[in-house]
Design a binder for this molecule. Structure first.
Ligand code: OSB
Ligand code: MG
Length: 369
């Protein structure tokens, strides 16, 4: 396959409701799409980077710049590429994992559409539907949070993940547990908002039957997380701290976590995400597929990844309409009894709705080889 041109499209999708977490407040998703045009088929990728560099160091303007100036030129220089050779080629650029992942996703989509193979089948998926969890930001009041949890449970989500930070932790957790009892499987995500000195406070969360706490400590320290994991009984899950398969192996060896949130963007692509999954499977650690407020494009890739056998816990994947009024793929993604079907058509297995993209696009640049 030869990549003939790459289009970088920026779009803005307003959140239905402002989303607040330890990473700040977000009103709008700044979407960056990568559209690869090859001699055989087109392919689509979605970049996980957000507007500001507050989750990892990447941010959407930076991702666009490194794609335009460095990654896309590398992809266009090769007369024949497949996703594997492209991954190797792009790894010459250090860091910028979300940017590399978006281009790899698009190339893999084009390659698999050409071959008539679904992404799930290519990756080694074994499930045809994925259990899904809801993620709830910081609410205005405890009552508003409880109403939201009730609605999500009614919609069928398999578990509830609350964003927490100092000042929004014990009280909302106790309230949710008090109101819903054992009916709610409860996870917490701190996005690194705590320090090791907060261990006594974090230890008390266990009283509320919390199934996991994600990225409790700031600074991406595996040693600090290992120390915390020794003194709290709630299982620790890492997100931001793990950017590759070898970091996942290190984290599990050190006891920094027992559970891994796997996001293809954060680790540099679907191929590396599959290697993270292999590490977890080999070590008997639980893994699950995280989310980055994706549109239908990124969601399709996440569903394929989440179908691998080691993803034993509910994913941060939601149906169309959870965060935005408009989706960018057809048909709309639906959730039934908390499950979403894994696309089984070639490539990402969804039809990209160019007309919908054009209604929200703010910028599009075509780079030719
Ligand atoms: O920490 O998992 C996170 C979104 C952006 C950045 C970081 C995170 C998230 C989410 C999104 O939690 C969950 C979703 O896409 O539903
Ligand atoms: Mg997280």
């Amino acid at each position: 396959m030869r990549i003939e041109a790459v289009e970088l499209i920026r779009a803005a999708l307003p959140f239905k409701q402002e989303f607040r977490s330890a990473l700040g407040a977000q009103r709008r998703r700044d979407v960056l799409l990568v559209h690869v045009i090859t001699d055989a088929a087109d392919g689509w990728g979605e970049c996980a980077a957000m507007s500001r560099p507050v989750y990892t160091s990447e941010y959407v303007d930076g991702a666009q710049a490194v794609l335009r100036d460095h990654l896309v030129p590398l992809a266009l220089a090769d007369s024949s590429v497949d996703a594997q050779s492209l991954e190797r080629r792009l790894s010459e650029v250090r860091g910028h994992r979300m940017a590399r992942a978006a281009l790899e996703m698009a190339a893999l989509d084009a390659e698999l559409r050409t071959e008539g193979v679904s992404l799930a089948a290519f990756l080694g998926g074994e499930r045809d539907e994925i259990p899904c969890g809801a993620v709830l930001g910081v609410a205005d009041t405890i009552d508003a949070l409880l109403d939201d949890v009730e609605q999500r449970l009614r919609e069928g989500y398999r578990r509830i993940k609350l964003k927490i930070l100092p000042g929004w932790d014990l009280e909302p957790v106790a309230a949710v547990r008090g109101r819903f009892g054992a009916a709610a499987v409860l996870w917490l995500d701190a996005n690194g908002a705590y320090a090791l000195e907060d261990a006594p406070r974090l230890a008390t969360l266990a009283e509320h039957d919390v199934a996991l706490i994600e990225e409790p400590l700031g600074g991406r320290s595996l040693l600090a997380h290992a120390e915390l994991a020794r003194v709290i009984t709630t299982p620790v899950c890492l997100d931001e701290s793990i950017e590759s398969a070898h970091e996942a192996a290190d984290a599990l060896t050190l006891g920094a976590c027992s559970i891994v949130n796997v996001k293809p963007g954060r680790v540099g692509g679907l191929l590396e995400a599959r290697r993270v999954h292999e590490v977890c499977l080999r070590r008997g650690a639980s893994a699950w597929c995280g989310g980055m407020f994706e549109t239908g494009i990124g969601r399709a890739a996440n569903l394929a990844l989440a179908s691998l056998p080691g993803f034993t816990l509910a994913a941060d994947i939601s149906p169309s309409g959870r965060y935005f009024d408009l989706d960018l793929t057809m048909p709309p993604t639906v959730m039934q009894e908390g499950m979403i079907r894994v696309p089984d058509a070639p490539g990402l297995g969804v039809t990209v709705d160019r007309a919908a993209i054009d209604t929200v696009a703010v910028d599009a640049v075509l780079i030719r080889g």
